[in-house]
Design a protein around this ligand. Structure first.
Ligand code: PLP
Length: 465
């Protein structure tokens, strides 16, 4: 029987003798077993700090939607809150109060009819927020079905091409996902696709505001109007939950006339990531319900063993408080004008990059950076054989530290590969110019050194949604 081998190469029968000792030079960090003796704090810190350099520069990570630039004041607040547990609302009442202020401000931002009585909470991110929003939809649907004496056996959820959190929600909570596919040159869910899929077992429809694959917004207002009409014709009443993971903190500032939020009575809940365009450090999301009645009461737990009676709706228990406090800092510090200025600058940079990429002659722009999230998406022009793949291009850009993911689109256009850039706070015009210079150098390189066997997604950048 072969010995199980840890990926770091030390087997489980031989102890590692590479425990750290001072001075730093000449030592290596233990990888499989805890050392027996205590170590010098500065030496251990320095070794770990240096190892983390291999993660690369997060500012050059143009794949992530998440925040990578933080003001020093946020770092101080994170430090102030490092010992605060979000769940201990009785022990840290002011942190709880600040969470509640954020809920009201965000509900107001999303035009909730009564933002002061809006119901919502912070979460670890949009994934948890989506689970909570989905659970509320499932619970409400079950109550309606039971009241009408109908089956509660086969709930379904109708979505466009969604982020993986909705696949998880459906698998974990036993809901059939009816995911409308993309078609050639049609990247977002259409009204017809929604109407083909909804029925009386539909717990809700989830449009995405800032779709993961292309950065475009799905047409929430048109979908809501079609569902209003469906209700008039058939009596089937299907609520909408908007996955505004990124768009929730972009649309209100850059495209306030796009109607996607609680201005539409059919929109019952919305999730967003504070740690994406909410500009807060990693680890905070938000879910808000239109009105109290949209959050079924028996999903809320009243916890009384922490010294008080606190209603909670969450998938986990302990979590840090600093991210929520930082969200409050951002809302107050930036205000609507500040958010509009920060994201407006990023959007202009995304549009400039899209123009430059279009000018290179090889590419078709899938999303030009206008009207959705700050950034852009492109693919090769039809019929062009450039002699390299987008996965090769992603690799070549990585040589200069840039992470620009290439990936294939989902069903029904899996044969189309695209490349995408997210422009966020901290990605400056200057950096964008450097990236464009590097892109041209990469194209020159491929002209001079044709690729004999272009990479495919399987051996490419490994980017996964
Ligand atoms: C549309 C959408 N929904 C949900 C998520 C998950 O968000 P989080 O990483 O905050 O859990 C993402 C992440 O990129 C997303 O783009």
């Amino acid at each position: 029987m072969s010995l199980h081998r840890h990926k770091h190469g030390c087997d489980h029968e031989t102890p590692c003798h590479d425990a750290i000792v001072s001075p730093i030079s000449g030592t290596i960090l233990p990888k499989c077993r805890m050392p027996r003796a205590q170590q010098d704090a500065d030496a251990v810190y320095q070794l770990i700090h240096d190892e983390l350099i291999l993660d690369g520069s997060s500012k050059q990570n143009l794949a992530t939607f998440c925040q990578t630039t933080l003001e020093p004041q946020i770092r101080k607040l994170m430090d102030d809150c490092v010992d605060k547990n979000m769940i201990d609302k009785d022990e840290y009442p002011q942190t709880a109060e600040i969470e509640s202020r954020c809920v009201h401000m965000i509900a107001d931002l999303w035009n909730a009819p009564e933002s002061v009585s809006a119901v919502g909470c912070s979460t670890t991110g949009s994934s948890e927020a989506a689970m909570l929003g989905g659970l509320a939809l499932k619970w409400r649907w079950r109550e309606w079905q039971k009241a009408a004496g109908k089956s509660i056996e086969r709930p379904n959820l109708v979505t466009g091409p969604v982020q993986v959190c909705w696949h998880k929600f459906c698998r974990y909570f036993d809901v059939e996902i009816r995911e409308a596919p993309m078609e050639r040159d049609q990247y977002t869910m259409t009204v017809d696709q929604v109407l083909e899929r909804v029925d009386e077992n539909t717990i809700g429809v989830v449009p995405t505001l800032g779709q993961t694959f292309t950065l475009m917004y799905e047409p929430v207002q048109q979908i809501a109007a079609a569902l209003d009409d469906l209700q008039t014709r058939t009596g089937i009443d299907v609520p909408i939950h908007v996955d505004a993971a990124s768009g929730g903190f972009v649309a209100p500032f850059l495209t306030p006339d796009v109607v996607w939020d609680f201005r539409l009575p059919r929109v019952k809940s919305i999730n967003s990531s504070g740690h994406k365009f909410g500009l807060s450090p990693l680890g905070v999301g938000w879910v808000i319900w239109r009105e109290e009645k949209d959050l079924p009461n028996d999903l809320v737990f009243r916890v009384n063993y922490l010294g008080g009676e606190m209603p909670t709706f969450a998938l986990n228990f302990s979590r840090p408080g600093g991210q929520v406090i930082s969200q409050y800092y951002n809302l107050v510090r930036l205000g609507r004008e500040g958010y509009a200025r920060v994201h407006g600058t990023s959007a202009a940079i995304g549009q400039k990059i899209a123009r430059e990429i279009a000018n290179a002659g090889l590419f078709d722009i899938v999303y030009d950076g206008a009207g959705g999230l700050p950034g852009c998406t492109w693919k090769f022009k039809a019929g062009v054989d450039p002699g390299f793949s987008l996965y090769d291009l992603a690799d070549r850009l990585r040589v200069r530290g840039w992470q620009v993911p290439a990936y294939s689109l989902p069903a029904n256009v899996e044969d189309v590969a695209v490349q995408r850039i997210l422009c966020r706070n901290g990605f400056t015009r200057d950096m964008a110019d450097m990236l464009i210079g590097d892109l041209h150098r990469a194209l020159d390189y491929f002209r001079a050194h044709p690729v004999t066997s272009p990479q495919t997604e399987a051996d490419g950048s490994g980017f996964k949604h």
